[in-house]
Ligand binder design. Sequence first.
Ligand code: ATP
Ligand code: MG
Length: 236
Amino acid sequence: MQHIPPIDPKQYDLEPLLAGRDLTPEWINTDDGDPFSPPNVARCHIVEASKVVPFHYRTARPQLPELRTWINQLVDQAQAEQQKRGSVVASITRGPSLLLLGVTGVGKTHQAYGAVRELAITGVVSRWVVTTAADLYAALRPRHGIDSETEFRRYRDARLLLVDDLGAAKISEFTEDVNFRLVNYRYENHLPTLFTSNLMSRELSGRLGDRVASRINEMCQRVVIEGRDRRRGVAA
Ligand SMILES: Nc1ncnc2c1ncn2[C@@H]1O[C@H](COP(=O)(O)OP(=O)(O)OP(=O)(O)O)[C@@H](O)[C@H]1O
Ligand SMILES: [Mg+2]
């Protein structure tokens, strides 16, 4: 773990996140020279998270109780594993997954990136790969100069994976194959995955196929975000 110099909590809009975990802005810049200390791990992950969280969601916070519980579960599990193994740092490697469902604009992506940001301040190693389902398929399309299988493994093996908008892209044999291979691997290896989807619970099987939907059912807690399209009226 790299030693990270002090950061400005305001620059990363951290104060509400820190307050939510009873941490002070001073805590984040505590420096005892140990690169594995929770504040240094947190500084490192805040900088990393700022590279993967899109600008629009740069201040996002996870507000759903189920999402906060999921985050805490992952952190607790990582810390328990660290104690058991006597490792220098707690890392999220395995754990449950979560599926956020809701209509367009209800705040699924906001909550998902809120989770990325929140995990960053826990002082636990949380390495995310984030994508939309459509970008995932585009990244994996066989094309000259790209080894699709190597690319696929980057998503498949991610310590933490966010797949936003699952089921939104046009279905083809190729997307079905990617969905099955990705979900099956993460299911079999208990790799924590955060999915979001516009689909209604009952549409999942029809859109993703029974075998993918069945695995998602077992590996994920399903959280339906109620409400309306928050984008409506914003421009008015
Ligand atoms: N809790 C929140 N506080 C403030 N703004 C929010 C919150 N949740 C969502 N928003 C804003 O509402 C808009 C819609 O949110 P978001 O993009 O997360 O919706 P979505 O459910 O992912 O939509 P889609 O299904 O189209 O992908 C965005 O501008 C987002 O920043
Ligand atoms: Mg979205």
